[in-house]
Ligand binder design. Structure first.
Ligand code: AMP
Ligand code: ZN
Length: 502
């Protein structure tokens, strides 16, 4: 039995799927206008552990994550430019197109996932799903949940009776809600589903706008073409709000909510799990629930799971406080990205994690120690998986699971270590039982060369042989594999050098 803490009910609940052994997880992903910081990365490691735990329990997981490349505006406390689209702002600053900004930071995000051994989710881009967002907004319009102002189409939260339930009811969402004080809004908690471009005259002309009405609804209006938009459609062309993207994409990819581009309303399916950081509870996820359930008339998501924050010196890691660290910062100081993953594994996902360089150093030391220790493991011992899974299945009790894992390491249970590491993701496979004194870089090169040889790429494999010789290792090819020896070439060179120096 797996138990998970559901933010919606504020209880630990037994996890049950809505359909056989399949699980759909929707995870709020990055806004690709800057490098992810390590707080964001914690959210993605948490999702990785969640999916792998479900998988080892026999579930078939589909994990969808959105790439926000439009519509996420700066909020209060998040200056530089309140109300401006984060990507458009960065594009103006870096003087490249908004599409290039998205491409650049998406690539960085993917590299970070890789470095942290996070299995890549099914990634979906907001700008590829504008049609569906428009469909959803039009459904809400038909059902009477919206109103128009000069600035956009807004969701009327007073029309949705359960508004704010996720955050503990209407009272729960009032304090701390950073409402946009926009003229024409009926209730402070109302939010934009669609924003009109023409109203934003005080900001630079946007690069990303779409037709909302007419035969070209959902198509991009290029900046240079905006004057060709017929006057009757000029009032409504613009871009989607941030919340609607997650509703549309979650329901499309996991709720089967669109058929031939048409919204299926109540025929769509409830989604098993939705994740995100705790900052999303009072606004983003509250609004996702409101607009999705208003459109379908049924439950949007069964389990809501939220990870706590990474803090720095007791404060939330955030750009405006200037205490943001990225994976690049960590690497620059000589740490292995997996030391960060190790650090994340030391805390439960619902506990705050205070980041310090000392704590990262401690994690790096523990990881090094682990690597050295597992090199000497020779047995394929097992028997501790049940205890390990018991910890994980209890609301992802990773710190407890880590204690069991270390026990298995000390006992030298090779089989357990490998299985456990499939979830923990510390990349121990290449160290386990490899007690020869070869440095990992050398083993990696030799393995790379073997692959090339099998593919018949002799030239490239020869280059690696030469590189290995330069580093002092000779590879002898055998019929059933290879043998590595310390190379005489390097020794000879060293001697020669000494001679000339004298
Ligand atoms: P964003 O790119 O800001 O939309 O954030 C991506 C994900 O990271 C979201 O799930 C956020 O809730 C989460 N997140 C943001 N800041 C932190 C933090 N300091 N610690 C942990 N998670 C965070
Ligand atoms: Zn989201």
């Amino acid at each position: 039995m797996i138990r998970l803490y559901n933010t919606k009910t504020r209880k630990l609940e037994e996890f049950v799927t809505l359909e056989d052994s399949k699980v759909g997880i929707y995870s709020c992903g990055p806004t690709v206008y800057s490098s992810p910081h390590i707080g964001n990365l914690r959210a993605y490691v948490f999702v990785d552990i969640l999916r792998k735990t479900l998988e080892i329990n026999g579930y078939k997981v589909m994990n969808v994550m959105n790439i926000t490349d439009v519509g996420h505006l700066f909020e209060e406390g998040e200056e530089p430019r309140l109300g401006q689209d984060k990507l458009e702002y960065e594009a103006n600053k870096e003087r490249i197109s908004v599409w290039e900004i998205a491409k650049k930071y998406t690539a960085e995000f993917l590299a970070d996932l890789d470095a942290l051994n996070i299995e890549q989710p099914t990634l979906v881009r907001a700008t590829d799903n504008i049609q569906e967002m428009i469909q959803l907004i039009k459904t809400l319009e038909e059902k009477g949940f919206t109103y128009k102002t000069n600035y956009g189409i807004y969701f009327d939260t007073s029309q949705f009776s359960n508004y704010g339930q996720l955050a503990g009811g209407k009272d729960g969402i009032q304090p701390g809600v950073r409402v946009e004080m926009v003229e024409g809004k009926k209730n402070p908690t109302d939010f934009a589903l669609w924003k009109f471009e023409p109203a934003k005259i005080d900001l630079p002309m946007r690069q990303m706008n779409w037709w909302f009405e007419g035969p070209f609804a959902g198509q991009l209006v290029k900046r240079e073409n905006w004057s060709r938009v017929p006057t009757e459609f000029r009032q409504t062309y613009g871009f989607p709000g941030w919340h609607i993207e997650c509703s549309a994409m979650a329901m499309k990819y996991l709720g089967d909510a669109f058929e031939n581009g048409n919204f299926r309303g109540e025929q769509s399916r409830t989604i098993d799990i939705h994740t995100g950081g705790i900052d999303h509870i009072p606004i983003h996820h509250t609004n996702e629930i409101a607009q999705s359930e208003a459109a379908t008339g049924k439950e949007f998501v069964k389990f809501w799971l939220h990870n706590e924050f990474v803090l720095v010196d007791g404060q939330k890691m955030s750009k405006s406080l200037g205490n943001v660290y990225t994976l690049a910062d960590i690497k620059q100081r000589g740490f292995d990205p997996l030391a960060l993953r190790y650090l994340f594994l030391t805390a439960h996902y619902r506990d705050k994690l205070n980041f310090t360089w000392d704590s990262l150093q401690a994690a790096q030391n523990a990881l090094n120690n682990l690597r050295v220790t597992v090199r000497d493991v020779k047995s394929s011992g097992s028997g501790m998986m049940d205890k390990f899974m018991e910890a994980l299945n209890n609301d992802l009790g990773v710190p407890q699971a880590m204690a069991v894992f270390w026990e298995a390491v000390k006992k030298g249970n090779g089989e357990d270590i490998l299985k456990m590491d499939k979830i923990l993701g510390l990349g121990l496979e290449k160290y386990l039982g490899k007690s020869l004194e070869l440095p990992v870089e050398i083993t990696e090169l030799v393995e790379k060369r073997e692959v090339l040889r099998k593919e018949g790429k002799w030239k490239e494999s020869d280059k690696i042989r030469q590189a290995l010789e330069q580093m002092g290792y000779a590879v002898e090819d055998k019929q059933d594999g290879y043998k590595i020896k310390k190379s005489w070439l390097r020794k000879a060179r060293v001697k020669l050098k000494k001679k000339t120096a004298i």
